[in-house]
Design a protein around this ligand. Structure first.
Ligand SMILES: Cc1cc2nc3c(=O)[nH]c(=O)nc-3n(C[C@H](O)[C@H](O)[C@H](O)COP(=O)(O)OP(=O)(O)OC[C@H]3O[C@@H](n4cnc5c(N)ncnc54)[C@H](O)[C@@H]3O)c2cc1C
Length: 414
């Protein structure tokens, strides 16, 4: 059911299809006190036509009744051949390879998430030279604005549209384009474990950077900064804040309260705990993710910790475009069941933490500073975890695997 009828926050992903379909501009997306956006209807402008309810992708019957088999057309693991692209990508840069192939045809446009300081919104690109603007994962919900309308206009004019986003963005777009010919549209979704409340990052920014927060130029959630002898470090998932007039700040995954708190599912959007898209049946032509578990089931693709992508082709169109993107990629096909095993969001929705409401109350409380939040909610890494990540980490495991393989010794990484 749709939020427009139930008023239940779990029934809205903020795809914005309802606001964009309304011919009377009666719906605006407004932020609640957790900083998540929801549609608000202006009763004076509304003529009760019902278009907003009809377009809501969550208004359909449950998309995923019962058990569904994971049956993609093709599953590929690998990375972009260009090191510069890898540094500027979160995983293995497969997204860039698709965009490069897409841009080789005429009259194309590309849509994706762009970071504007700490804010994130979808933008439309007409030049591949601007691609860097939308590369890299921003772990915050990207505002769609009026992009669906603009995609519709592009398709009607015969342009080729590549649209990327989270699965709920794609679900909203497809629903919005119900009566439009989509043969010129390629959809690429990122595997998504949910979106966190932006309030945390804002509080963190003020708490750590103080007055310098206003000097913040950008936030890279997963910077591949050089670490421990590795030229690029993908699996440390370092966060980097860069400033206009002071040196940058970095913190890696295990010592960063943001990752710890978010991945305990204390601050996701309510609809993420009831995500209709977190299942083996995918909504986009192509699904992209990190090649998690790479060191366990395909260590040859670990790529010296420079990053590796998982690419899942869900439609003929997706498989056709992977073939066209292939000249820019190194890698090989994978067993779909292996990929599925290491990707929770492809199997099931995330479990809401029973302490979510208590955490969110603290987060929204103005007297609760960032330091107080961290003291109460952040679990410092255990010594065992530190050793397993920094001493006996994936990089060393794969190095040993390569070394033994050189001597034809078969060693299975655990
Ligand atoms: C909120 C979020 C949660 C994710 N969770 C997982 C996960 O649990 N497991 C996993 O394997 N991968 C996850 N990913 C995907 C992963 O981080 C990479 O984005 C993906 O592998 C593509 O990487 P790349 O190297 O090919 O390209 P990159 O250049 O790194 O990726 C760019 C792509 O990400 C899109 N994007 C970036 N930020 C956003 C945003 N805020 N909203 C919508 N789209 C965005 C861009 O439009 C573009 O399509 C998540 C991404 C996001 C944004």
């Amino acid at each position: 059911m749709t939020y427009l009828i139930t008023n239940n926050k779990a029934d809205c992903t903020a795809c914005g299809a309802c606001a964009q379909i309304c011919g009377h501009q009666a719906i605006s997306m407004e932020y609640d006190n957790e900083a998540f956006a929801y549609p608000v209807i202006d009763k004076d402008k509304c003529i009760d036509c019902g278009a907003c309810v009809k377009v809501c992708p969550l208004n359909e019957e449950d998309r995923h009744p019962g058990e569904i088999e994971f049956k993609p057309l093709r599953v590929f693991g690998g990375s972009h051949k260009d090191d510069e692209v890898l540094i500027n990508s979160t995983s293995g840069g497969a997204f860039t390879a698709f965009c490069q192939a897409w841009s080789e045809q005429g009259d194309y446009v590309i849509y994706g998430a762009f970071a504007d300081g700490l804010d994130v919104r979808h933008v439309r690109l007409t030049s591949i030279d601007d691609l860097k603007k939308i590369c890299k994962s921003k772990y915050r919900q990207s505002e769609i604005g009026t992009c669906f309308k603009s995609v519709r206009q592009d398709l009607v004019k015969g342009r080729k549209v590549l649209f990327s986003g989270t699965p709920c963005h794609i679900g909203g777009l497809i629903s919005f384009l119900k009566n439009i010919d989509r043969s010129n549209l390629l959809t690429i979704e990122v595997i998504c474990e949910g979106v966190p409340s932006p309030l945390f990052i804002e509080k963190m920014s003020k708490g750590i950077f103080g007055e310098s927060a206003s000097d913040l130029e950008g936030l890279d959630y997963r910077c591949k900064k050089k670490s421990f002898g590795s030229p690029i470090s993908w699996d440390f998932q370092m966060m980097q804040a860069s400033f206009r007039s002071r040196p940058s700040w970095t913190r890696d995954r295990w010592f960063n309260p943001f990752w710890n708190v978010w991945l305990k599912h204390l601050m996701s959007r309510p609809s993420c705990y009831d995500c209709r898209y977190a299942c083996p049946k995918r909504v986009a032509d192509v699904t992209l993710g990190d090649l998690w578990g790479v060191h366990l089931y395909c260590p040859d693709l670990y790529n010296m910790n420079k990053g590796a992508s998982l690419v899942i082709c869900n439609s003929e169109k997706g498989a056709e475009w992977l073939e066209k993107a292939m000249p820019a990629l190194n890698g090989h096909d994978l067993n779909p069941q292996d990929a599925l095993r290491y990707q929770g969001p492809l199997r099931k929705k995330v479990q809401k933490n029973p302490n979510r409401e208590a955490f969110m109350a603290d987060l929204m409380n103005e007297d609760s500073t960032y330091d107080k939040l961290v003291e109460k909610w952040y679990d410092k890494p255990s010594l065992k975890l530190i050793i397993s990540k920094y001493v006996w980490g994936n990089r060393n495991k794969v190095w040993l695997w390569n070394f033994l393989r050189h001597f034809k010794i078969n060693y299975r990484i655990r």
